[in-house]
Design a protein around this ligand. Structure first.
Ligand code: NAD
Length: 478
């Protein structure tokens, strides 16, 4: 018997106009029936959000009352973390240890935004006129259309729902058609927290109809998208219809630069976690290792041993260290890029294929490829899988050129004991995040986002809440 999930529109749980089956990546078998929102469903959800935006039950709440609702939501997320984690693991294959710890973090993000709701301020401006009082109001921007990809849907929606509600907006959020279970279930917590109907609407469906309808709708004033750059281009074209203010969080091909002076043991651990966590399906995965020649062999020896030691298994098992990829499409994509990379001269140091013994599950071995240069496909293209591509360099100048050589610019890592060199690299790297002697640290207080094709705008921090407001300039003759 397949489990059934529902959309949440205008405070009511309902089946979609159509439905589709969701596949458990660990077994390759269908496990749940998901609602597919049609264009008409999307239209109803946006109209509900539009009504709710100016309804007294939401528009007349004070900022701290909005904050209290968000605090309540955070508590519910924390209480329900084990259940949400289990669903995310079932629907995406992400291991239970990771889903559980990330969902606890999601609660912290909601708390952060809850605390900011009553700290949004306007300003009094000099304006250089003796007979005028001029001030700036900050008003919520309106109805938000949020779209998330299949990885980390609870987290990636929290950094949209949280600031939108703190600012006083209303939102329709589309869960990815791949792995929507945890976000659809989260709607029950929104309901329980007591948000008025229509303030938060959570639906799922396919990009071409549901996603397009959402991002081109005339009543949408703000689009917050996370996903791939190709889809982002569709979204920007869609938003030509409504001219909505749009932020884009896109892909990455993040370089990790390792210099000769490092302590190999601790760096090896950071690199392994940087690439193989979430089976490499993370936008900030440190997927390009740029290593200085003097430390290369010692480091690679450690990395290969660690990669071989990773325990692959059932993602619901606490002991498992790496689960399957989320979809068959991902598995095929990785097989394809690895095959092209080998043809282009890459050598497989470990992995490079599916492990035995996992039936029809979408598993892939932790893989390390030694690449002669940055023309190899696995060095330039985002794989979104457990594949680390290694390129060797001699000088700092060469390392910077390699690091900046892809179209992406999301995150980067620098490992060196030389602080002056680290500062030079921080200035030179074209990326939205530079981690020095660490990797993957995040906080709700710190902006997150990319350079180049990795995105537009930032999520996290106070700035991201202001991004859900617009200013109104008021002139008063005195
Ligand atoms: P995707 O772009 O294929 O899909 C993302 C979402 O867009 C899905 O919900 C999909 O239904 C929707 N969509 C597809 N076509 C659409 C259209 N024409 N109009 C509107 N919506 C449409 O991405 P994916 O494969 O699900 O996720 C992987 C990508 O997401 C990777 O590139 C990854 O790096 C990126 N990502 C980025 C971040 C970040 O914060 N920068 C975080 C996680 C993932």
């Amino acid at each position: 018997m397949l489990r059934r999930f529902q959309n949440y529109i205008d405070g009511v749980f309902e089946d979609g106009s159509a439905s589709f089956e969701s596949v458990n990546p660990a077994s390759g078998a269908s496990w749940a029936i998901m609602p597919a929102a049609s264009e008409a469903d999307v239209d109803r959800a946006i109209r509900a959000a539009h009504r709710a935006f100016s309804a007294p039950s939401w528009a007349d709440l004070t900022a701290s009352q909005r904050g209290k609702l968000l605090y309540k939501l955070a508590d519910l997320v924390e209480q329900q973390a084990p259940r949400l984690a289990e669903l995310e693991t079932a629907d995406t294959g992400k291991i239970i240890r990771e889903t559980h710890s990330q969902i606890s973090y999601v609660a912290e993000y909601y708390r952060y935004y809850a605390g900011l709701a009553d700290k949004i301020q306007g300003a009094h401006l000099p304006a250089d006129k003796a007979d005028m009082e001029v001030y700036l109001r900050r008003e919520p921007i309106g109805v938000v259309a949020g779209i998330v990809p299949w990885n980390s849907q609870l987290f990636l929606s929290a950094v949209k729902i949280g600031p939108a509600l703190a600012a006083g907006c209303t939102i329709v959020i589309k869960a990815s058609e791949e792995g929507p279970a945890p976000l659809l279930e989260f709607a029950r917590l929104v309901h329980e927290a007591g948000f008025p109907p229509g303030v938060v609407n959570i639906i799922t469906g396919f990009g071409a109809d549901c996603g397009r309808a959402l991002t081109s709708h005339p009543l949408v004033s703000r689009i917050a998208f996370t996903g791939g750059p190709e889809t982002a281009r569709h979204i920007v074209r869609n938003s030509a219809e409504n001219l909505a203010y749009t932020t884009l969080e896109l892909g990455g091909k993040s370089p990790v630069l390792v210099f000769d002076d490092v302590d190999v043991d601790s760096v090896a651990n950071a690199i392994v976690a940087g690439i193989f966590a979430a089976t490499g399906q993370s936008c900030v995965a440190g997927s390009r290792l740029l290593v200085q020649r003097g430390v290369r062999d010692r480091l690679l020896e450690k990395l290969v041993a660690k990669a071989k030691g990773i325990r692959i298994g059932n993602p619901q098992d606490e002991a498992t260290e790496m689960g399957p990829l989320a979809t068959k499409r991902q598995l095929e994509h990785i097989n394809n890029v690895v095959a092209r990379s080998i043809k282009a001269g890459a050598t497989v140091l470990t992995g490079g294929q599916q492990p035995d013994g996992f039936g029809a599950g979408f598993y892939y071995q932790p893989t390390i490829l030694s690449c002669p240069d940055h023309q190899v496909p696995s060095v330039m293209e985002e794989l979104f899988g457990p594949v680390l591509s290694v390129v060797t360099f001699d000088t700092e100048t060469e390392a910077i050129a390699l690091a900046n050589s892809t179209e992406y610019g999301l995150a980067s890592g620098v490992f060196t004991r030389d602080l002056t060199r680290a500062h030079r690299l921080i200035r030179a790297l074209r990326a939205g995040i530079v981690w020095v002697n660490t990797y993957r640290a995040v906080s709700p207080m710190v902006p997150f986002g990319g350079y180049k094709q990795s995105g537009l705008g930032r999520e996290g921090g106070m700035e991201s809440v202001l991004d859900y407001t617009r200013t109104k300039s008021v002139w008063i003759r005195t």
